[in-house]
Write a protein that binds this ligand. Sequence first.
Ligand code: SF4
Ligand code: SF4
Ligand code: SF4
Length: 431
Amino acid sequence: MSTDDDIDTPPDDEERHRRLLDETDYDTDLGLELARDAQRVTAGELSEAAFYRRYHDRIVEEFEMDDREIDLPDPDALAAGEGGDGGVGDGSGDAGGFLDRLGDALEGFDPDDGESRRSVMKKGAAAGALALGGLGSTGGAGPGDGTAAGAAGSGEEGDGTRWGMTINLNNCDGCLACMVACDQEHNLSRGANWMYVFAFEDENQGEETNFLPRTCQHCTDSPCTKVCPVGARHTREEDGLVLTDYDICIGCRYCEVSCPYGVNYFQWGEPDVPESEIDDDHQIDDRGRWVGSRPPEGVMGKCTFCVDRQDGQMGEEKIGTTACEEACTMDAIHFGDLNDPESPPNRHLREYRESQENDRSDYPNRKEHTVSTFQLLEERGTDPNVTFVGNAPSQDARQVDGPVTYEEMGLTDNRKEVLDQGAEAAGGETA
Ligand code: SF4
Ligand code: SF4
Ligand code: SF4
């Protein structure tokens, strides 16, 4: 039977999430409950309709609207009270291992220039943002139909484009070039690492240091879009990108606590790069919505799968490419249309599976050839559009220093500290 405890949030993490939401002027308990139940929805333990009904009134009371991206069934059935708790899983799902801890530990790292936090999150400011958001959402595919990645997300070949990645962990040597490229291309503020490379050791994988580059997973069934009360976090219908409309986001941080992967970065203060230095082309997508480059103050940001490139704003030749992929000299990152069998991520997977050994002649740092593949926290039911080649970190994996430090690359990071010190440090700021 499905119960409210099916998706457990470890007490330390709940405490960290509570602290994080307490920094906003919005309802902390509501955010925590929404996050937990959105994960139950993706895990098949709660129906979308039941989730919608359970929180609708409270969301309207708190935000004066409910614009969550929910895939609702027949409205008549909903009104009649049908659509209760859905499929029932065993509830445990999550092994509570390294990947979970990585996701948990990633939260709470916000670029902070020392500005007053509360000053950027007053509800008064939200009203203006909502008005702009309403205009912004009239120009095309808006949030709400929940079908963006459609059939392709379930592993079937779908129509249209579905952007995704194959990341080959056997090839990655932890050089951090992808992090730098993303940081620079998107004008990110210090500490907002949309791409993040974990270095870890795992006694079940020999003595080598292993690496795991982590972007937003652009989940087909994303908890973050289900909790956003104002519809800022949404799935782009035309290609499955999960994006944040910066005009609409009110900085409630509900998406951040709902994401199992810890990929969201809240922009506390004035961004390091002013808007005047960023071309509109890199910020406004082909629907006319402000979803690209770094977010403004008081707004949530994360990897966009380089939406400006996909919209042709950097030239036709950059469509189907990303900055991190381009910067990787080890051929570890492969981006493209997952619906196209000949796209780089599909081709890499196929060719790598067919090959017998990893080509190490020019790449001595590459690891042995292993063809196992996995998705991060697959059991959560989020259906990520990122697939990894290599061995998944086990519960015994632990984060270590990599061969290249973040400081050397001009990056800021304090995640390892958090992993080492747990919840105590997790509320800390970027150095
Ligand atoms: S990984 Fe990205 S799409 Fe998936 S829940 Fe987190 S923020 Fe949303
Ligand atoms: S995108 Fe903005 S408004 Fe939506 S949940 Fe995230 S922080 Fe809140
Ligand atoms: S896909 Fe683009 S936004 Fe995402 S991590 Fe790579 S460079 Fe950054």
